[in-house]
Design a protein around this ligand. Sequence first.
Ligand SMILES: Nc1ncnc2c1ncn2[C@@H]1O[C@H](COP(=O)(O)OP(=O)(O)OP(=O)(O)O)[C@@H](O)[C@H]1O
Length: 233
Amino acid sequence: MTAALRTTGLTAGYGDVAVVHDLDLEVHPGEIVALMGANGAGKTTALLTAAGALRPLGGDLEVLGTADPREDLRDRAARGLALLTDDRSVFRSLTTRENLRLGRGPMDLALAAFPELERLLDRPAGLLSGGEQQMLGLGRVLAARPKLLLADELSLGLAPIVVHRLLAAVRELADSGCAVLLVEQQVRLVLDVADRGYVLQRGRVALAGTGDELRRNRADIERSYLSVTVEKD
Ligand SMILES: Nc1ncnc2c1ncn2[C@@H]1O[C@H](COP(=O)(O)OP(=O)(O)OP(=O)(O)O)[C@@H](O)[C@H]1O
């Protein structure tokens, strides 16, 4: 099956400083792929480069069947990519309703995924709780029925019960055929839903495997965050 996202020997970073090196990664329609690693490992840099918000420094990048390094985030969004950043991607001064109207999909689909948003429709998004803001950002994305979702730290600052709710919605989206790349530090949470995953260490893939393989290596992955060498079983 054709990958929705494929990087081959990708180098990414800022200016001429590379922080992600030689990254080979694939995300296929219908699967959730976790990109894990400690603070500063290069996860966000890889995600933003795949989205088109950063230009690759080298290597190849294919997004939804097109390998054009001149494409930016706006081009890719028009072709079915959705990016959810760790600032929750909501406009704080606009109401929930206005935020949903700015999305590329019908508001009803967002409200079907997260009915709790209904009573918050007239409230400025900046006054919503962290979990509600994340539901709003994700709901707007789900409503657009993207072909490829790139999400950064969905769990940031949220209670586990809210994170499970968000991840369940992401699972449903993937089951409907969307390819999902989830950047996440919290290994245990993301491996509950991931089909495959990669662990980055100082900008390089230290470990890659299926969800089952990675779940067996959970403790090793967590130790790798403390810079202990990761080895497969
Ligand atoms: N705008 C920037 N300019 C220069 N260097 C940056 C910039 N943003 C990030 N970096 C550096 O790139 C490296 C990788 O950062 P990145 O944000 O990709 O890591 P991360 O794995 O997502 O970490 P975290 O989990 O803490 O968000 C870090 O050393 C960071 O300091």
